[in-house]
Design a protein around this ligand. Structure first.
Ligand code: IMP
Ligand code: MG
Length: 380
């Protein structure tokens, strides 16, 4: 079983310096523990097994497991120390070993989680000289992508991706063991991801350039991304072009896939400035889902606000030198501005509802506007 997170952003918790999001509910854990108890009882039959919990992590699992085990059993613990912080450590120490005679017994080791499998080396070493009848390994959580050993894992509760988790006995530097659910680490909580908005002529490009340098962000202009993919004939570019050639709109998913590729290319970025996307609330939702899949989120929509008459003046001015025909006609300009407000009203509502909409006065010198935008970013 592979469980994907359905994180409710509001339930994010902080332990020491790290953030964690809800990952596996108490009910799901309870089901997995019940399943393991039934499965193991069926295999063992009428023999009285000895369940060996591995301390500290498996105290909660062991306790719940033996309560569900339908037949008589014995319970004991061994104590190993293995984890420092959030990296599986090379050095597994045995603090308390086997304290009773296990000769001829059926032993089932109960692990809370198997990650790299290094702990399994030590567990097998411990049982090497015990003349047990059989040794089985049961683990509540298992990270298949991280596992580097060949030991057979006889019983696995829930397979999870290779990401650090806490709760239900598992800790991050001592904290989190008492939580009845499991939380997963949120890696990129600190990212500053912005959606930059503004009517034509508001100075979006200019501001994006400043912000990019000042905050070390990656500027993703959807127009540039499209042109890049089409020019380089990437699979996505060709796909997009096939729609454009027919005069159809490029489906959101194609655009999102292109943006995803850009985000992946810059995985170490401190954040992204999205420019030209989203345009609809469906796209805004798709962008949220994309950010969420990267353990991140859009922090703010920053909209440059400029009075229509000023925009018209600026664009007419630009038209004189740029030669862009759509910058030369006042009616066309006014129409573009009107269209912008009609289209973006929905997005303003979308982000306002999440308290993420920030209108910034876009009239003044470039420096003045940069100061205003920066103060919004600094307050995030
Ligand atoms: P392994 O030896 O790498 O398989 O790691 C097993 C031990 O590392 C477990 O018994 C835990 O103590 C610890 N561990 C591994 N992954 C996690 C995790 O995601 N959260 C908390 N502890 C973990
Ligand atoms: Mg453990």
């Amino acid at each position: 079983m592979f469980i994907f997170a359905s994180p409710n952003e509001k339930q994010v918790i902080k332990l020491h310096d790290k953030y964690f999001k809800p990952f596996i509910s108490a009910e799901e854990i309870d089901e997995a523990v019940s399943r393991l108890a039934v499965e193991i009882a069926e295999d063992i039959g009428d023999e009285i097994p000895v369940f060996v919990g591995i301390l500290n992590g498996s105290f909660m699992f062991t306790s719940d497991f033996v309560k569900k085990y339908p037949k008589p059993c014995e319970v004991t613990f061994i104590k190993l120390a293995s984890y420092a912080g959030i990296k599986s450590s090379e050095d597994i120490q045995r603090l308390i070993g086997i304290t009773q005679d296990l000769t001829g017994r059926t032993v089932v080791v109960l692990e809370d989680i198997i990650d790299s499998g290094r702990t399994m080396d030590e567990v097998h070493r411990i049982f090497e000289n015990e003349k047990v009848k059989s040794l089985k390994i049961a683990t509540l959580f298992f990270k298949p992508e991280a596992y580097k050993k060949d030991y057979k894992l006889h019983y696995v509760g829930i397979e999870i991706p290779d990401k650090f988790i806490v709760g239900y006995g598992l800790d991050y530097d001592g904290l989190g063991r008492d939580i009845p659910e499991v939380y997963q680490i949120k890696k990129t909580e600190h990212m500053i991801n912005l959606v930059l908005f503004g009517p034509p002529g508001a100075g979006k490009g200019t501001q994006a350039n400043y912000l990019k340098d000042k905050y070390d962000l990656v500027h993703i202009s959807t127009g540039d991304v499209f042109r890049y993919n089409i020019k380089n004939e990437t699979a996505l570019g060709m796909l997009a072009k096939s729609y454009m050639d027919k005069g159809d709109l490029v489906p959101d998913q194609v655009t999102i896939d292109m943006l995803n590729a850009e985000v992946e290319k810059n995985a170490d970025a401190k954040g992204f400035i999205f420019d030209g996307f989203p345009r609809t609330s469906a796209q805004a939702e798709a962008l949220d889902a994309l950010m969420n899949s990267k353990d991140s989120e859009i922090k703010a929509m920053i909209a440059l606000e400029v009075d229509d008459d000023i925009l018209v003046k600026r664009l007419l001015e630009r038209g004189k030198t740029s030669g862009r025909s759509d910058d030369a006609d006042e009616d066309i300009i006014r129409n573009r501005i009107k269209e912008y407000y009609e289209k973006t009203a929905i997005l303003k509502n979308y982000y306002s509802a999440q308290n993420k909409y920030f209108g910034v006065d876009g009239v003044g010198s470039i420096e003045e506007i940069t100061v205003r935008v920066s103060s919004v970013i600094n307050s995030l």
